[in-house]
Design a protein around this ligand. Structure first.
Ligand code: PGA
Length: 249
C-alpha cells in the first residue's frame, strides 16, 4: 500500500534564520500530519534545519549532490558531507538542474547510484518541456528519463526511490497539469517501472506530482489513483501554504 509523500523544495531561497523560522513552524503544525514529509533547504541551511526537524516527522533533504564521493570538484557537495549533516534524502534530476545547469541523464544516474550506495533515499525528477508535450512526446521523454535515471539500480534499492513527475511548463508558472493529464503520465511511468522491475515494484513506487501545487489544487491531484504525493516549490516557502497541502483532504 502506497502512502502519501509531500516534499518541500525550498530551492535557492531563505537565509538560515528564515529557514529556521519556517522549519519550526512546520514541525509544530505538521506534528499531527498523517503523511510522509520532507523539507529540502539550500545546502547552507541544512545543518540549521536538520537540528530543528530532528526527531520530528519531517525528513531532511538536499537538492543535489556531486557525482563523486570526494576530490577536486570545486563548488560541489558530496554524499559524505550530506551524511555528516544528517541528510536522509537527495533530490536529483530536478528540471532546473537538467535545463539551467545542463545535467544529462548519465550524470543524474551516477548521482542516483552514489546516493543509494550511501543509504540515502532519492527523489528522481522527470518531466517534459512544453515543446515536447506539444509534439506528443511527454510519455517518451518521461520514459527515457526514468529508464536512464534508474539504469543499474537494483530492485532491492528501488524501495528508496521516489519518482517526481514535474512537467517543466508547470513549474513556477502557475500552470498546473490537470489531475487527469498528470495521472495519465503517472500511470505511464508506473508501467515503465513495471517493465523494468515487475508488477510489485510498480504498484509500490511512490510517484509525486510537482508543478504549481497549491492548497487549492492539492486534494484534486492527490485523489487520482496514480498520484502519491507532491514535490512543492513556491508554495513550500510559507507554512501558510505548505501545511494545507501537507494536510490535504
Ligand atoms: P513549483 O515548483 O511548485 O514552484 O511549481 C515545483 C518544483 O520545481 O519542485
Amino acid at each position: 500500500m502506497r502512502s502519501y509523500y509531500i516534499a518541500g523544495n525550498w530551492k535557492m531561497h531563505k537565509t538560515r534564520s528564515e529557514a529556521a523560522e519556517l522549519a519550526k513552524a512546520l514541525v509544530a503544525q505538521l506534528k499531527d500530519g498523517k503523511h510522509k514529509y520532507l523539507v529540502a533547504p539550500t545546502f547552507t541551511s541544512l545543518e540549521t534545519v536538520g537540528a530543528i526537524v530532528k526527531g520530528s516527522n519531517i525528513l531532511l533533504g538536499a537538492q543535489n549532490c556531486a557525482p563523486e564521493e570526494q576530490g577536486a570538484h570545486t563548488g560541489e557537495v558530496s554524499v559524505l558531507q550530506l551524511k555528516d549533516l544528517g541528510v536522509e534524502t537527495v533530490i536529483l534530476g530536478h528540471s532546473e538542474r537538467r535545463h539551467i545547469y545542463k545535467e544529462e541523464d548519465e550524470l543524474i544516474n551516477k548521482k542516483v547510484k552514489l546516493a543509494l550506495k550511501y543509504g540515502f533515499e532519492v527523489i528522481l525528477c522527470v518531466g517534459e518541456l512544453l515543446e515536447e508535450r506539444e509534439a506528443g512526446k511527454a510519455e517518451a521523454v518521461c520514459e527515457s528519463q526514468t529508464v536512464k535515471g534508474l539504469a543499474g539500480v537494483a530492485l532491492a534499492d528501488l524501495a528508496r526511490v521516489t519518482i517526481a513527475y514535474e512537467p517543466v511548463w508547470a513549474i513556477g508558472t502557475g500552470k498546473t497539469a490537470t489531475p487527469e493529464d498528470a495521472d495519465a503520465i503517472h500511470a505511464y511511468i508506473r508501467k515503465v517501472v513495471g517493465k523494468l522491475y515487475g508488477a510489485d515494484a510498480a504498484a509500490n513506487i511512490i510517484i509525486q506530482y510537482g508543478g504549481s501545487v497549491k492548497p487549492e489544487n492539492a486534494a484534486q491531484l492527490m485523489a487520482k489513483e496514480n498520484i502519491d504525493g507532491a514535490l512543492v516549490g513556491g508554495a513550500a516557502l510559507k507554512a501558510d501554504t505548505f501545511v494545507p497541502i501537507a494536510k490535504f483532504g
